[in-house]
Design a protein around this ligand. Structure first.
Ligand code: NAD
Length: 300
């Protein structure tokens, strides 16, 4: 696995965050809002672009809520909160991307929508701008085909919640230049993240590790185990931050099911879809996890 997928672990890199003064994120959803918040907290101005005002308002209120918690805990002052929030520029307009040094596309996980958005973005950015995608499952080589400047494009896969998860997978396409990868590494480090560089393959690195674990979890449930007990053991006794059921609720059962199918088609012998698939059952019932207030657990 490591030979095929992980290219190298980033170790000695000079951080030059001043090269990235302006970032932009497309899509103000769970991930886009989190990326904007994290960038702003690290003093990098960021444009948050969406197609609807409601999503922008939600993204901004998500960032405000996180900052208010920090103020309440005494980690930052109200004045600092004001300065951080001013670093995020909410926008509905592609023209607002014209001075971006780096773009993170974080719109819905649909190859056609992403391809259209990427092609449109390229018309509005300067020729040095690096464009990245936060896709969890779509081939980076495939998405690169929608761009003219393919060398200035790669994957930049953050994890949810962005402000708490250190890892960022930087995924090379067959066209990505070293300069592009370096710039994305610099941006990741400037955001306080730990980047790894991986090749383009189904599941990149993390989902190749995660989905066999989730398949084992599914089998335990089929064999009659209780998900609450499994979560309890993984969290309290094994020491992981969360167990598999809660993790799936946070990620979203729709996102997880979609990724599961990608893994099954990429690795049909090693990761086939199980005959009884609890992720699929919850997805079919629209119990999508925290986003619908019900998944494995109920939320209010
Ligand atoms: P989401 O549904 O919460 O947000 C998507 C946003 O994109 C919405 O606000 C929508 O209005 C906006 N959008 C749609 N079309 C657009 C367009 N043409 N231009 C600008 N904005 C547009 O989705 P999400 O969970 O934030 O996922 C976004 C991306 O991040 C997906 O590719 C997903 O696979 C990836 N991702 C998600 C997670 C996760 O745990 N949810 C983790 C890692 C990566």
């Amino acid at each position: 696995l490591a030979d095929q997928c992980i290219k190298s672990k980033v170790k000695k890199l000079v951080v030059t965050p001043q090269e990235i003064n302006n970032a932009a994120v497309l899509g103000a959803g769970i991930m886009g809002g989190g990326i904007a918040y994290q960038s702003a907290c690290k003093n990098i101005a960021i444009t948050l672009k969406d197609i609807n005002q409601e999503a922008l308002d939600l993204g901004m209120s998500h960032a405000c809520n996180l900052l208010e918690k920090q103020v309440a805990r005494g980690k930052i002052t109200a004045a600092q909160m004001g300065k951080i929030i001013c670093k995020i520029n909410p926008s509905l307009d592609y023209a607002s991307l014209n001075n971006a040094d780096i773009i993170v596309e974080a719109v819905v996980e649909n190859p056609n929508v992403k391809s259209q958005v990427l092609a449109e973005v390229e018309k509005h950015v300067n020729s040095n701008c690096v464009i990245t995608t936060n896709t969890s499952t779509i081939s980076i080589d495939l998405l690169a085909e929608s761009l003219d400047r393919k060398d200035k494009f790669c994957g930049m896969h953050f994890f949810n919640p962005v402000h708490r998860m250190p890892l960022v997978e930087i995924i090379r396409s067959k066209y990505s230049s070293e300069d592009t990868i370096n710039k994305v590494v610099q941006y990741s480090l400037a955001m306080g993240k730990s980047p790894i560089i991986v090749n383009d393959c189904p599941g990149f690195f993390v989902n190749r590790v995660l989905f066999p674990y989730l398949a084992a979890f599914n089998q335990l449930l089929v064999d009659g185990a209780d998900f609450i007990q499994i979560d309890k053991v993984m969290e309290q006794e094994f020491g992981w931050p969360m167990g598999p059921a809660y993790l799936l609720d946070v990620v979203g059962l729709d996102t997880a099911y979609h990724a599961q199918r990608v893994m099954a088609s990429g690795y049909p012998h090693r990761m086939p879809l199980a005959e009884t698939n609890i992720i699929h059952e919850l997805f079919e019932q629209n119990n999508l996890g925290q986003k619908t207030n019900s998944g494995f657990y109920l939320y209010s």
